[in-house]
Design a protein around this ligand. Structure first.
Ligand code: PLP
Length: 461
């Protein structure tokens, strides 16, 4: 089968079903689905093998920040591949793309960051966090400070440490996770726990769960707290404004390291280079991936704050950790070109001051649809809940019976209407579109989503 020739969709689908085990796909007979074949991307659109154009409201998998079809990234990759396709960065060896990218990341990151550790993905980045945090405390003479506190419903990747830091029971059940020394507290979901409280009160309450957990475990045992500024795959859970500053205060009080997983929220998604800036916090470590290269080439890593970097350098000794593809030159040149595009097109400020507020206004107005219980957006992230009945407050909305799988039905209607969204259990629908989206394209996306909602409502009647 030559992929450049005419595309035989059925042939591809049959071969895919026969040989390809997909990530996060249900292999049971009941759910065995024929895969949709995506063959082309341009700007904010992708095309399937039947020639249907789909507006990509998920930027691939939360990653295509500059959109599809950027020839200049391809050209940079091609030039680097012919010059030096690969060399490693182990044992004090380096190459120009890794040097240049590390300096660029330091330039755009908050001031406490002057060092970068490269990995191949967000999961590898979070594995690096676990090892780095424990290594740091051992070097400080406190090897007993090992425990990392994370949150229920968080997503931090699929490696053993990533899935352990994550808070999904469905992942923990497979493979005896979490690993020892990783514990979880509740997520700051106002919808879940805020009944009868203001968002500000609830934010402080949710942050206090961290302090309770630290006191329960003993501060001398706790190494770090990790959280996504906005929980992404868990459902675009936007914490109340009081949450993160209080988390920062608590970490400071007990000397606990603060880690922000910015795999989703980094590189402009919240209208700042990093979501930590949006929430006014100063983490010690930031995990990054996805938007760093807009997914053109796999790349991830960790921004290492001065508190940790200086301590490691002062104490000396080897950090016995690294990946063959740490600082891969192809990933680095793709990231450099991607960041240049974000800068030249002013995408961060555009999301902060113009298209972000406009997306918020248009997306949140979807709450007027009879099927939508509530809708919220921040930057270029949004989430809404499909409900059977709307109540007097968001806490009184009546959900659908889970067995009806209304979210999946709605997602299918969205595809039918020409827009890709994500749905998660609980009939919650998410968006995370490319940052290049114009106001006119936001209007187009909202119109397509509305058509999908209308079709879902019609089918439910
Ligand atoms: N952290 C967060 C917040 C993520 O959303 C993801 C992936 O979706 C990861 C980590 C894992 O990244 P990767 O899939 O590149 O390993």
């Amino acid at each position: 089968m030559n992929m450049n020739d005419h595309i035989d969709t059925q042939c591809l689908q049959a071969s895919d079903a026969a040989h390809h085990l997909h990530p996060f796909a249900d292999y049971s007979q009941k759910h065995q689905q024929i895969s949709r074949v995506i063959v082309k991307g341009e700007d904010i659109y992708v095309w399937d093998s039947e020639g249907r154009r789909l507006l990509d409201g998920m930027a691939g998998l939360w990653c295509m920040n500059v959109g599809y079809g950027r020839k200049r990234i391809a050209d940079a990759v091609h030039a680097q591949m012919t010059r030096l396709a690969y060399y490693n960065t182990f044992f004090h060896t380096t190459h120009p793309p890794a040097v240049e990218l590390a300096a660029k990341l330091v330039e755009i990151s908050p001031p406490q960051f002057n060092h970068v550790f490269f990995a191949g993905s967000g999961s590898e980045g979070n594995d690096t966090v676990v090892r780095l945090v424990r290594h740091y405390w051992a070097k400080q003479g406190h090897p007993e400070r090992k425990i990392i506190i994370s949150r229920h419903n968080a997503y931090h990747g699929s490696t053993m440490a990533g899935a352990s830091l994550g808070g999904w029971p469905s992942m923990h059940q497979q493979g005896d996770l979490p690993l020892a020394g990783i514990v979880h507290i509740g997520q700051p979901s106002y919808l879940e726990g805020g009944r009868g409280k203001t968002p500000e009160q609830f934010g402080l309450e949710a942050a206090s769960w961290l302090e309770h957990k630290i006191l329960e475990l003993g501060a001398d045992k706790v190494a770090a707290f990790i959280g996504e500024p906005v929980q992404g795959a868990g459902g675009v859970i936007v914490p109340p404004p009081t949450y993160w500053p209080e988390i920062q205060r608590i970490c400071g009080k007990y000397g606990v390291l603060l880690v922000a997983d910015e795999v989703v929220t980094g590189f402009g998604r919240l209208g700042h280079w990093f979501g930590s800036t949006y929430f006014g916090i100063q983490p010690d470590l930031i995990t990054f991936a996805k938007g760093v290269s807009s997914g053109y080439v796999p790349l991830g890593g960790v921004l290492v704050g001065d508190r940790i970097a200086h301590a490691l350098m002062a104490k000396g000794g080897e950090f016995n950790h690294g990946f063959t593809y740490s600082g891969h030159p192809i990933g680095c040149v793709a990231a450099l070109e991607n960041i240049r595009i974000i800068e030249e097109e002013n995408l961060v400020a555009q999301v902060r001051d113009d298209t972000g507020p406009y997306l918020k206004q248009r997306f949140e107005a979807l709450a007027q649809h009879p099927l939508v219980g509530d809708a919220g957006a921040v930057g270029f992230l949004g989430g809404l809940n499909l409900v059977r009945h709307k109540g007097a407050t968001v806490h009184d909305n009546v959900p659908f019976d889970r067995a009806l799988e209304v979210g999946m039905l709605c997602r299918a209607h969205m595809f039918g209407s020409g827009v890709i969204v994500r749905t998660i259990p609980g009939d919650r629908l998410l968006i995370s579109p490319p940052l290049t989206m114009t106001r006119a394209q936001i209007d187009e996306m909202i119109a397509l989503i509305t058509t999908g909602l209308d079709k879902t409502l019609a089918e439910l009647k």
